[in-house]
Design a protein around this ligand. Structure first.
Ligand code: PLP
Length: 390
């Protein structure tokens, strides 16, 4: 094959494929392995949402949709986000649809960043943030939050901003967090908002797991404390079990949304019509659908958390999303990669090493409990045997 080194985009050359996906592939080589590696709901998209898409196809809705989304979808997104966060976005000028949250993040970062800009990325974090920032030509700056309970504190943010100087344009916030399940406390978000305003820095707030909050925890949105400094990214992948539909959205102040929409239009032209019809249905008649999913996930979380604690894993109770981020028992000496490899090979359970999510994740493993009850029961049994035999 022709060597394309130096011919194709050098930024792509420098990027490694996602560790998480590579590791998923690695564990898949073992026949009969139970994979708790990927963050994908095992549940099905609600029936009424599917029917709305089918009806849309039957109605020959087959032409280009308006570039930033159908007006009726942008209106229901605006209403939904107001209900969730209390912040009002104008459907015409402050809301855009995207191909899932991932493309939303691409559009936002591409619209905002120039070569040489810096973006703060609190870790442990979904590793895609690092890659998406790097692809724009900007530099991701990792901020290890492990000493602060996996939360970026306002003090730490200010300290890093002082140190990094004027080159920092934005900070990534993921709340609730993948991989840790942490939900940011209200006071922390208020503090972060103050720092953003003081230093004229943007936050890109990825709140894709906001509907999946457990126990006493309450989700607040950074948008409600610093609306002028925050670009909100979310979507229906996790809330409505719609990962494969690719439906996300972006909300932000009109002046910056003008540029984000411009970039988004270049990237996608427009979003698939029947997907948009499904989105309108989900955010109109499906507002309670996430509650059903949430009850299922919470039951699984309790089961896994209690079981893992008994086996010697240490963790803060996850408050949101569908991941457990647990410290491996002391006898494994903090080597999360060796632990996860051996667990897959010897006991046929796939989990993701914590260090794949950044420095602060060393010594931890991430397990997704968006898997069937049977799989989770069996996985816990196998993990128990593995730990006792080592
Ligand atoms: N943001 C976070 C924090 C995620 O964990 C994920 C998926 O795992 C996404 C975004 C991707 O969402 P989507 O499937 O809508 O692109």
């Amino acid at each position: 094959a022709q060597d394309l080194q130096g011919i194709v985009n050098h930024k792509l050359d420098a990027l490694l494929p996602s560790d998480i996906r590579l590791f998923d592939k690695y564990v898949s080589q073992y026949e009969g392995v139970i994979k708790l590696t990927l963050g994908e709901p095992d549940l099905n998209t609600p029936e009424h949402v599917k029917q709305a898409a089918i009806a849309d196809i039957e109605a020959n809705d087959s032409h280009y949709a308006p570039q930033s989304g159908k007006p009726e979808l942008r209106q229901v997104i605006s209403k939904y986000v107001k209900g969730l966060n209390g912040v009002e976005y104008d459907p015409e000028s402050e809301v855009a649809v995207s191909v899932g949250a991932t493309e939303a993040l691409n559009a936002v970062l591409d619209a905002l960043l120039n070569d040489g800009d810096k973006v703060l990325v609190p870790t442990p974090v979904w590793s895609m943030y690092m890659q998406l920032v790097s692809l724009t030509g900007a530099t991701p700056v990792e901020v290890d939050t492990s000493a602060d309970g996996f939360v970026l504190t306002p003090e730490k943010l200010e300290e890093v901003l002082k140190k990094e100087g004027k080159g920092v344009k934005a900070v990534m916030i993921n709340d609730p967090s993948n991989p840790t399940g942490v939900v940011y406390p209200k006071e922390t978000l208020e503090g972060i908002a103050k720092v953003l305003k003081k230093y004229h820095v943007y936050a890109i707030s990825d709140e894709i797991y906001a509907e999946l909050i457990y126990g006493e925890a309450k989700h607040y949105s950074l948008t409600s404390f610093a609306p002028e400094r925050t670009i909100y990214v979310s979507g229906l992948s996790k809330s409505h079990a719609m990962t494969g539909w690719r439906l996300g959205f972006i909300c932000g102040p009109a002046e910056i949304m003008k540029n984000i929409c411009k970039m988004n239009n270049f990237l996608i032209t427009s979003l698939t019509n029947n997907v948009q019809a499904a989105g309108v249905e989900a955010l109109t008649n499906g507002l309670d659908d996430p509650k059903e999913f949430k009850a299922i996930y919470e039951r699984r979380l309790t089961f896994m958390e209690e079981g893992l604690r008994e086996l010697g894993f240490d963790m803060a109770r996850p408050q949101g999303a569908f991941y457990i981020f647990a410290k491996i028992p002391a006898k494994f000496k903090g080597d999360d990669v060796a632990f996860a490899k051996a667990l897959a090979k010897e006991s046929l359970v796939g989990v993701t090493p914590g260090s794949f999510f950044g420095n602060g994740g060393k010594g931890y493993i991430r397990m997704s409990y968006a898997s069937s009850d049977e799989d989770l029961h069996e996985a816990l049994k196998r993990i128990g045997k593995f730990v006792s035999e080592h």
